[in-house]
Design a protein around this ligand. Structure first.
Ligand SMILES: *Cc1c(COP(=O)(O)O)cnc(C)c1O
Length: 497
């Protein structure tokens, strides 16, 4: 199976090439030329399998240039050997009449980014081998928190790779910073940047497009790559857990094979919800997608009106991983809704770059509107939802998951649709313990990170995740704070050049 660019259908790459490259030279994103079909009998068969077996089956349909043995090595490396604290990898928990929480945060960094970033390094090294690349890949990441740590854990000590992460020194939570500066591994580097996330991201982008730097690195045996969420290798593993959730519902007798479900996702860059949409394109029976945003509700407005407009205030919220004004992966949905019209996509994306906004055609908007329902929820209602969910069902959602539960309830109230619904839960409540404690009314809720973990554990009777607990003992390894203009010297020193 080949991959094409959303901005140039004529360009055709193998999966290995698409994963190695990340982003197409024309600025477009790689998408499969056609979607493989999951038959009802396939789902029946998958229902009786483990997570890894389900992943092997689905990945194989897309990675047609990988051998079975290569795929099995990737999935074992990512989801085997106890790197996930739940044996089911992504367990489903029923919390209400029609509500099922899909917990995607049992990986090493307690956020759903692990589902993709644990396997991406294996895809990447396999792709390098298959394409005859003999250089060491240097992964550069600018992060506002969750992605940096998940990428570090994923690429730590992976042969043939180095990973260097830049974070805004005053722009991440204490726990996120602690997670990064204590990072283990012989091939890792972490630097704080004086400035905000945009400074870090612009610095990384500049290095990616600096021909002189690329040449110098090449001479020393290095090639740059990215672990950004637009890489096909990050999207693909996310399709698996939606199919897996459906299989669990069939297996557990919650639905009959063939019954439709809804899927509700707390959304930022539109990657996670797009993976659910791709599962439906393969044939998974889905009725509606419910797109949940926080106060940064650019997607809610777009899905309702057909106009995407990023010219608006940016708010910092208690669900920071959804604080985003440009949802990159939306481009892939637009490509589909336009009937794979690469010219139309170029036109819309040019408008976005130039004016910060665009309007899709009526046909495109109708196609999207049939499947997607959108809503949003501010910090106040996020906290109310955490409190009420805990009070009503004993379940403790994190701040991002609470946005999704709230928007789902709005959906039910407005439509009366009681179709069984999978709600994606994207982080452990312990990762955002301060906000969760304050929502639960625990006073004083502790100023120290570890005191907050203890208090939340006591209040909810949940175990503190081992990987956060272990940070108590860990000494800081990477304390260097640099100016954004000094990123290349920092990279050289990390690479020992
Ligand atoms: C990244 C992230 C999101 C948003 O996911 P997208 O794929 O960007 O839409 C939501 N919640 C958490 C906790 C995240 O880390």
């Amino acid at each position: 199976m080949n991959y094409i660019s959303t901005r140039n259908k004529e360009l055709k790459l193998t999966a290995a090439e698409a994963i190695k490259k990340g982003l197409s030279d024309d600025g477009g994103l790689f998408v499969p030329e056609a979607f493989p079909r999951l038959k009802k009998a396939d789902i029946q068969k998958l229902a009786g399998m483990s997570y890894i077996e389900r992943a092997n089956f689905i990945l194989k349909l897309f990675l047609t240039d990988f051998t079975d043995a290569e795929i099995a090595k990737c999935t074992e490396g990512a989801y085997g050997d106890g790197s996930f604290s739940s044996e089911k990898v992504a367990p489903l928990v029923k919390i209400g009449e029609s509500e099922y929480i899909l917990e995607l945060w049992h990986g090493p960094t307690c956020a759903f980014k692990d589902m993709a970033l644990q396997i991406l390094p294996h895809f990447m090294t396999t792709a390098m081998k298959k394409t005859g690349e003999d250089k060491t890949v240097v992964i550069l990441v600018a992060t506002s928190g969750d992605t940096g740590k998940a990428a570090l854990e994923g690429f730590r000590d992976v042969d043939g790779t180095r990973i260097i992460v830049f974070y805004p020194s005053d722009g991440v939570s204490d726990m996120q910073k602690r997670q990064m500066i204590t990072q283990d591994g012989a091939n890792v580097g972490v630097f704080g940047i004086r400035g905000n996330f945009d400074d870090a991201q612009n610095g990384v982008k500049k290095i990616f497009t600096d021909k002189k730097i690329i040449k110098e690195l090449d001479k020393n045996g290095f090639v740059l790559s990215s672990a950004n969420s637009i890489n096909w290798g990050r999207l693909l593993p996310q399709i698996v857990y939606y199919v897996s959730a459906y299989c669990d519902m069939v297996e557990g007798g919650e639905i009959e094979n063939g019954d439709k479900i809804n899927i509700c996702v707390p959304t930022g860059n539109f990657g996670n919800i797009l993976a659910a949409y791709y599962a439906r394109k393969m044939g998974l029976p889905v009725n509606r997608f419910i797109c949940a945003s926080n106060r940064n509700n650019v997607l809610t407005d777009f899905l309702r009106s057909g106009t995407y407009d990023r010219n608006r205030d940016f708010y910092q919220s208690i669900s920071p991983s959804m604080d985003i004004l440009i949802s990159s992966n939306l481009e892939r949905l637009l490509f589909d809704a336009s009937g794979c019209d690469d010219k139309k996509i170029r036109e819309l994306m040019d408008k976005l770059a130039k004016d910060g906004k665009y309007t899709v055609t009526k046909t495109m908007h109708n196609r999207i509107g049939k499947l997607f329902w959108a809503g949003c929820c501010d910090d106040y209602f996020t906290k109310v939802r955490i409190f009420n969910t805990f009070a009503d069902s004993g379940y403790t959602p994190d701040t991002h998951t609470a946005v999704a539960i709230d928007v789902y309830r709005q959906y039910v109230e407005q439509t009366g649709d009681m179709t069984k619904t999978v709600i994606a839960s994207t982080a452990s409540p312990f990762k955002f313990a301060g906000s969760v404690l304050s929502a639960l009314g625990v006073e004083p809720y502790g100023s120290d990170d570890f005191e907050q973990l203890d208090l939340l554990g006591e209040k909810t009777d949940m175990d503190i995740p081992g990987s956060l607990e272990a940070l108590r003992q860990k000494p800081a390894r990477f304390t260097e704070i640099i100016d954004a203009k000094d990123m290349y010297p920092a990279i050289k020193s990390a690479l020992g050049k």
